[in-house]
Design a protein. Structure first.
Length: 165
């Protein structure tokens, strides 16, 4: 008979999932920065790459708190979101709507991360892992700020540029 699965198991599985996702995002951000036509959007992707490196380090600290080796678990959701972003880069290259498409892809990534970090933070609190909850909350705040910054870039110019073409 299979061992009873607990919230601890769910927390660990989800942690591996977001660890995989963050590392995939680290690889995707430079491609997105190169593809962006707006200097502001390029800068936003580069800033987020630096932040994402910090997110990976924080996740490694959470694995340490658990006494486990940091390892990822394939996440089909993030693979699909990143694949969609790559399709946008190919299909809209050199077109005015490219930046709007890149922003929408980046926001899909952010929303996925916000959901995961929100859940992990709550579970860490329930499991009495105060230090892990603090680390996860810090990343959650950064992901939310990135999402808001992307909305600002979309509203400031990208959506109008895409429409005007």
């Amino acid at each position: 008979m299979a061992k009873e699965k607990t919230l601890d198991d769910l927390f660990y599985d989800t942690l591996k999932d977001i660890y995989y996702a963050e590392r995939k995002i680290l690889k995707a951000l430079p491609k997105m920065a190169r593809a962006a036509s707006s200097a502001d959007l390029k800068a936003a992707f580069e800033k987020h790459k630096n932040e994402t490196e910090g997110h990976v380090e924080r996740l490694q600290q959470v694995f340490e708190i658990l006494g486990k080796r940091a390892q990822g678990k394939t996440c089909p959701a993030i693979d699909g979101i990143i694949e969609e972003g790559e399709e946008i880069i190919e299909e809209f290259k050199g077109m005015p709507a490219l930046d709007a498409g890149l922003i929408s892809s980046a926001q899909a990534v952010e929303q996925y991360e916000i959901t995961r970090y929100g859940t992990l933070k709550r579970w860490a609190e329930v499991l009495g892992m105060k230090d892990a909850a603090k680390l996860l909350d810090k990343t959650l705040g950064e992901e939310s700020m990135t999402d808001e910054a992307l909305t600002g870039l979309a509203d400031a110019s990208a959506n109008e540029m895409a429409k005007a073409a």
